[in-house]
Design a binder for this molecule. Structure first.
Ligand SMILES: [Zn+2]
Length: 84
C-alpha cells in the first residue's frame, strides 16, 4: 500500500512517497502539516491534541492559502497506527 499522504492528518501529497507503511514508519520523518514524527508520536491522541490546539502547521510556510483540514480527512488511515 503506497503512502502518499500523512496517514494521521491526511495531508498530501507528501514530498517523499513511501512504498509501504513500514517504510513510512522507519523514516522517522515529520509531517509538515500536523508535525507528527512517524513511528514516534503518530497516534490518535497526538492528532486529537493537534486538532484541539487549532491545527497549527509544523511548517507554516508550506500551508496552502485557504487550507482546510476537512479537505484531507478522506486521506487519513484509521485505525492508526496499524503497526502497534
Ligand atoms: Zn500529518
Amino acid at each position: 500500500m503506497k503512502i502518499e499522504h500523512c496517514p494521521l492528518c491526511g495531508w498530501g501529497p507528501i514530498e517523499t512517497a513511501y512504498p509501504s507503511i513500514h517504510e513510512l514508519c522507519v523514516s522517522y520523518d515529520i509531517c509538515e502539516c500536523c508535525g507528527c514524527e512517524y513511528c514516534y508520536d503518530d497516534n490518535e491522541a497526538y492528532y486529537q491534541n493537534w486538532v484541539t490546539n487549532g491545527c497549527l502547521w509544523f511548517r507554516p510556510e508550506k500551508m496552502p492559502t485557504g487550507w482546510q483540514l476537512k479537505n484531507q480527512l478522506e486521506q487519513q488511515i484509521r485505525p492508526w497506527p496499524p503497526y502497534l
